[in-house]
Ligand binder design. Structure first.
Ligand SMILES: C[S@@+](CC[C@H](N)C(=O)[O-])C[C@H]1O[C@@H](n2cnc3c(N)ncnc32)[C@H](O)[C@@H]1O
Length: 457
């Protein structure tokens, strides 16, 4: 597969189209992988050059094919064990108890990819409701990728989808297709899930107001721009009933996105909940302000909630809320939403308090390189690789900053170190903050970049 050679204008035209049609935000760190996707679509459509391929994108079918190519389908069964525990032990039993009379439950897996997430929900429900008889349970699973939905409807999975699955669950809910070696979801689970095509950025939800009990929208908004995420959260809020639950991915928060939900700790997971009343909302959103109250500073936020008399209360109203997300989650979210100045500042604050935190140096370097501040990025990325020599992503970024600064020999060494250290990770894992590239893709890219700079040195 050859990457397409695109001018800046052509790259901008393509990323604008992806943003407008699916809310997907691509910065320049994604250029290489977009070039591969465009190259693949040019080959598939027989386009002679980039302009003739761009002309084809007026056609809805080709736009969909490109979306299938650029979206990241990474997922697996029972993903995010703390959230799975929260669903299994708190959320689903509570919802079933509440629905004792109506016997009605509505769940949406929004951005379901190849189906592992909604099928996991079905398995959890099946454990709790051994006989569905008399219950009206619907799990609707949607995605923008037609390719992912085809795979989801086939419901056949290779070994790698089961990294988090208990072998007993696999035995119970799947059968082995001996010819292909794939595991196939049993009908009793398959029948509980309905797959549909749906665009979360542009279409209204496939549910009416207050109809839903739970929404899982995990690891989807990390690829969205902030406005798309804000609008989406408003719509999700609208179709959740009071007390309904919202699950986001571990790197996603509603901080500075929506204050309409309550953040609730459940075991070792944090989940969002549509407020069940003014009191509970105040309890879990301690720093909600009136228009005239001053914005808290970052230091204030770190210290925790302030009560109405202005003293900082050590004891929160029950249930005890987390004062704010983990700072690294906040930094990652700022990176994911393209707020690089904020990400760099926040990461710098973290390293001031904890200078040995390699991840914070790395994310600061990532934000600075995105801002074009290579000289500053070099300083922090050197610290990142010094503190964690096995962090291939940091070597990769340092290589780029060195190359742009003309230090080609050192850049070549970094790219090689990146290829070697990344090669020790699962090859299909993904780095969302590096534009969602898979590790396999980065390893190949780093080797190519090493050859290129070595040739110039
Ligand atoms: C990384 S997967 C997450 C799968 C699953 N939710 C999980 O956490 O394991 C992200 C999914 O979001 C989908 N997606 C991206 N943009 C979308 C949009 N605008 N509307 C609906 N789905 C979208 C992608 O096609 C992809 O399948």
């Amino acid at each position: 597969m050859n990457p397409a050679q695109m001018s800046d204008e052509q790259y901008d035209a393509i990323t604008r189209l992806l943003r407008e049609s699916a809310g997907l935000a691509f910065d320049h760190s994604r250029r290489e992988s977009i070039a591969y996707s465009i190259g693949e679509r040019m080959r598939a459509t027989g386009s002679a050059d980039v302009p003739s391929y761009l002309a084809m994108l007026t056609d809805g079918g080709e736009r969909q094919a490109l979306l299938d190519e650029v979206t990241i389908p990474e997922t697996h069964f029972f993903r995010n064990p703390p959230q799975i525990r929260a669903l299994r032990t708190h959320v689903l039993p509570e919802l079933l108890r509440q629905a004792r009379d109506t016997k009605r439950l509505r769940i949406w897996s929004a951005g379901c990819s190849t189906g592992e997430e909604p099928f996991t929900l079905a398995m959890l429900l099946r454990e709790l409701l051994p006989a569905n008889a008399g219950w009206d349970v619907r799990i609707v699973a949607t995605d923008i990728s037609t390719r992912a939905l085809v795979a989801a409807r086939e419901a056949r999975y290779a070994q790698r989808a089961f990294v988090m699955t208990d072998p007993l669950d696999r035995q119970r809910f799947f059968y082995l297709d001996a010819d292909s070696g794939h595991f196939v979801v049993r009908d009793e689970i398959r029948d509980m899930v309905e797959f549909r095509h749906h665009n979360l950025a542009t279409q209204p939800p496939p549910f009416g107001p207050r109809e839903l009990d739970v929404v899982l929208c995990r690891n989807v908004t990390i690829y969205f721009d902030r406005t798309t995420t804000k609008n989406l959260m408003k719509r999700l809020h609208g179709c959740l009933r009071d007390g309904g639950y919202l699950f986001l991915g571990h790197a996603e928060t509603l901080w500075q996105v929506s204050d309409e939900f309550s953040l609730v700790p459940l075991g070792d997971a944090f989940v969002y909940r549509r407020g069940v009343g003014a009191d509970s909302k105040r309890a879990v959103l301690p720093d909600r302000r009136t228009e005239n109250e001053p914005r808290p500073t970052r230091a204030d936020r770190r210290r925790g909630p302030v009560d109405r008399r202005g003293s900082r209360s050590a004891v929160a109203v029950t249930p005890a809320p987390p004062a704010e997300p983990d700072p690294m989650v906040v930094v990652r979210t700022a990176v994911a939403t393209g707020s690089y100045v904020e990400a760099a500042d926040l990461a710098a604050e973290v390293t001031t308090v904890d200078p040995l935190r390699a991840e914070a140096h790395y994310l600061q370097g990532l934000a600075l390189t995105n801002l074009g501040r290579d000289a500053e990025a070099l300083v922090v990325l050197r610290k990142a690789v010094y503190l964690d020599p096995h962090d291939g992503f940091a070597h990769f970024l340092l290589g780029g900053a060195l190359e742009r600064s003309g230090e080609l020999v050192a850049a070549g060494r970094c790219y090689r170190a990146a290829a070697t250290t990344l090669g020790t990770r699962p090859l299909d894992s993904v780095a969302p903050e590096l534009g969602g590239r898979s590790v396999a893709e980065l390893v190949v890219l780093c080797r190519q970049l090493a050859l290129r700079v070595e040739g110039q040195a």
